[in-house]
Design a protein around this ligand. Structure first.
Ligand code: NAD
Length: 531
């Protein structure tokens, strides 16, 4: 385990080593410095998901100091010219392009979260693309103006920053999702408090350090560690003007409600159960099967855009052939520690996540489903204590079609498992597949596989999901666009990144001026002007 040894790096400046503790404590990043939290605070244990080795403790910190630092930095940062703010991000993007920098961030991701090294490099890369896009925030911030709306009267509308913004991030993309949040907030003139996941916080702390090392003024970006208590303080603090959240429905619905009640803008991307529809009569079987297996089992299914349901459209007997091919392809995937070359599927984030997924698989079988491929009980040599589950495929209706309007109650369908479990259903027509997908409470992403333009167009027109792939299994938009959830997968109405992201982090300020004042252009009087 060569990289694991590097990870104990006593040099990592966010790790606080004390003689009384066998594991380090994660520090916060406030006012441009890594600061330890008071030792008296409750600690959350952080484990390596491949070994369950206790790596560090995460203090349940208060965000107050971080919010104060961000408030104090706001007047100066918000009045920094936009091109200078962008220059920090240009330099940041340049540094993040460095392969060694990305490898170092990816290393912490694999260690704490478990995804493979290659996938962790992708995590950083997709975040870097948002940094790149944030470098043109000045253009997106341009306002509107109109001359001579009345005699001598001009109106200009500006986009101005909000103040202190906060981000609450999930475990499954420890770099990409923080990078969805703070770069655009900073580029548009806000200051920031990030609360990374308590399950894999190091990537976010390293990202903050890198930005700081290129000269970002202290207090502009702060990182505070903790769990629900920390979030609650963020949600109720009067200085915080906007909250970005990505994570589960349980947390996100609560955060949206409490944050909104306290007068904050809230954008919240929540859970998912992404359905793929396969037109068996005209989809290319070989490439579709490969796409489905990659999208279902990559990152051990711990992607919000993972395809976790496949609806096969056509005959049930033919469907069994497709399912067998999926199983055959999935059996080729290697389960193991994400640092090991050739591994495709890493561990689940925690022992609890593993037991929950295993329990759902069992309940699904108990309720009549066929487990075509069972990944429970997989043993990874050298990592016997890790949270591994191998690719699992559950067929809900081997012998007859799902009836239209049937309410499916099997937990493999109703639960967001967030593990390497693919649930398969068969329906007779495309209309049935669309109805079934639309009845699902989530609406993050979906995909259709077909060579029929007519089927694809009908699907894209009628389906209710934020992101639709046509022969594209994971259709996450690049940052020129925005990340667009639908139904239960989103709260708030302003999306992450892209133009929508700029709108989220800015508010309009409109100025109407009259320089004919005193020269016949007066607007005095007691009635509303009509001409
Ligand atoms: P999570 O909701 O458990 O945690 C996310 C963040 O919220 C963490 O920082 C955590 O500390 C905080 N949190 C958790 N419970 C809280 C509570 N009760 N009150 C206040 N804060 C709370 O999510 P997770 O397990 O880290 O991430 C997985 C989930 O994220 C999945 O549901 C996945 O679909 C979703 N996700 C969605 C998207 C998207 O764009 N739609 C992207 C990635 C992940």
């Amino acid at each position: 385990k060569p990289l694991l040894q590097r990870s104990t790096a006593h040099s990592a400046p966010w790790l606080h080593h004390s003689p009384t503790n066998s594991v380090p404590t994660i520090k916060n990043f406030i006012q441009g410095r890594f600061v330890p939290s008071p030792a008296s605070l409750d600690q959350i244990h952080l484990y390596d998901p491949s070994t369950n080795h206790h790596l560090a403790n995460v203090p349940r910190s208060s965000p107050t100091d971080a919010i104060h630092a961000a408030s104090a930095a706001f007047p100066s940062w918000s009045s920094t010219p936009p091109q200078i703010r962008q220059r920090f991000l240009l330099e940041y993007a340049h540094v993040l392009h460095g392969k060694e920098t990305r490898e170092e961030i990816a290393h912490w991701i694999t260690l704490e979260m478990g995804k493979t090294s290659l996938d962790a490099m992708g995590d950083v890369w997709r975040g870097l693309e948002v940094v790149e896009a944030s470098c043109r925030a000045g253009v997106e911030m341009l306002g509107d103006s109109m001359l001579n709306l009345s005699n001598g009267l001009d109106t200009i509308s500006y986009r101005v920053p909000l103040g202190v913004c906060a981000g609450i991030a999930p475990f499954n993309f420890p770099a990409m999702i923080p990078l969805w949040m703070f770069p655009l907030a900073l580029a548009t003139g806000n200051t920031y408090v990030l609360k990374p996941t308590e399950k894999a916080p190091s990537a976010a702390l390293l990202l903050a350090k890198i930005l700081h090392d290129i000269g970002l003024p202290p207090g502009v970006l702060n990182v505070v560690n903790g769990g629900k208590e920390c979030v609650d303080e963020i949600l109720t603090h009067p200085d915080v003007k906007a909250v970005s959240f990505v994570g589960s429905n349980a947390a996100g619905e609560y955060i949206h409600e409490v944050g909104s009640k306290h007068g904050k803008r809230v954008q919240a991307n929540l859970g998912a159960k992404n359905h793929a529809t396969v037109m068996m009569n005209d989809a290319d079987r070989n490439s579709t099967v490969k796409a489905l297996v990659g999208a279902a089992f990559g990152a051990a299914g711990q992607r919000c855009m993972a395809l976790s349901v496949v609806i096969l459209v056509g005959d049930v007997a033919e469907a069994r052939v497709w399912v067998e091919e999926m199983a055959c392809e999935a059996r080729k995937l290697k389960v193991g520690n994400g640092f090991v070359d050739g591994v495709d599927v890493g561990p689940l984030i925690s022992k609890d996540a593993k037991s929950r997924a295993e329990a759902i698989i069992q309940q699904s079988i108990d309720q009549g489903a066929t487990c075509v491929l069972d990944g429970r009980g997989v043993v990874v040599e050298g990592y016997e204590l890790g949270n591994f589950i191998g690719p699992t495929i559950i067929n809900l209706n081997e012998h007859s079609h799902v009836q239209s309007n049937e309410i499916i109650t099997n937990p493999a369908y109703t639960e967001e498992i967030f593990g390497p479990v693919l649930t398969v259903l068969t329906v007779p027509t495309l209309d049935d597949a669309i109805q079934l997908t639309n009845r699902n409470p989530y609406g993050n992403g979906c995909a259709i596989f077909t060579s029929s333009g007519a089927a694809a167009r009908k699907y894209q027109f009628e389906i209710e999901a934020g992101q639709i792939g046509i022969n594209v299994p994971i259709p996450v938009p690049l940052p020129f666009f925005s990340f667009t959830g639908n139904k239960g997968s989103i709260r708030g109405d302003v999306n992450f990144y892209g133009k929508s992201g700029v709108n989220f982090f800015t508010q309009l300020k409109t100025v109407t001026s009259n320089w004919q004042y005193g020269k016949g252009g007066d607007l005095g009087g007691t009635v509303m002007p009509v001409l």
